[in-house]
Design a protein around this ligand. Sequence first.
Ligand SMILES: Nc1ncnc2c1ncn2[C@@H]1O[C@H](COP(=O)(O)OP(=O)(O)OP(=O)(O)O)[C@@H](O)[C@H]1O
Ligand SMILES: [Mg+2]
Length: 265
Amino acid sequence: MTTPILAMKNVVKYYGDAPILNGISFALFRGETKIIIGASGSGKSTILKLIMGLDRPDEGQIFVEGEDISKFNERRLVSVRQKIGMVFQESALFDSLTVRENVAYRLYELGVDENEIEGKVRQSLGFVGLEDAIDKMPSELSGGMKRRVALARALIDEPEIMLYDEPTAGLDPVTSKKINELIITLRDIKSVTGVFVTHRMRDAFTLATEYATNGDGQTTFHTEDNFICIANTRFLMLHNGKIIFEGPDEVLRRSKDEYIKRFLA
Ligand SMILES: Nc1ncnc2c1ncn2[C@@H]1O[C@H](COP(=O)(O)OP(=O)(O)OP(=O)(O)O)[C@@H](O)[C@H]1O
Ligand SMILES: [Mg+2]
């Protein structure tokens, strides 16, 4: 039995009197992706914040690469954050810094050599198809470009864990598709473990049914047929602080639960 890369065990989190999360448990192994769905305010972003150690659970444990981070001090949490790339709900770029400086940010913090930084920034921007934007300011970019820069920034030191908080919100279908394909590539070609939060069921089902293969340096995307389940992705649905569904897309789609049926409709 291998250790999960990410896990929560009986996590409870209060903001005020009512628990936002009330006994959340799940585990994710290397290369798997979990899609968290649920109504606005159901605690999706809170789960990501707890994994990043940006807030602490009131009860329960959170394991990152086998270590329970729930009691870590700030110094140890900083090293946990370095293992995780996060794309925030808003792109959250630094407006006064260029694209290069935004993407390089973590490397500056780590004191990486300037020449090495330039190469890594170009590689990361190349992955999201934005090498030409390296000298631009965030204000010169479209919403979709900002989101891709945020993705490049999160990927700069090749984290094994990626957290995505509504990475396609407010974007047109073509740009959303591009971002979904980047996320699928990370999952299937680089075995990155991911948690993907979204409202948009279309993006969620894309991620759960499409997969990437790599041949001759070329990445190709495919859609699973009805009988096999290849995309290494499962859903987790939150409602009233609890997980009310956990499983693959085809089971979610066939759910008889009235709340889930209404949510998907
Ligand atoms: N730092 C905080 N202080 C107080 N309340 C908070 C804090 N963070 C989140 N909450 C509350 O916790 C609940 C869950 O918030 P969260 O951001 O996790 O929801 P969400 O599922 O991501 O919603 P959305 O889909 O709108 O992004 C909300 O009611 C929110 O107001
Ligand atoms: Mg949120």
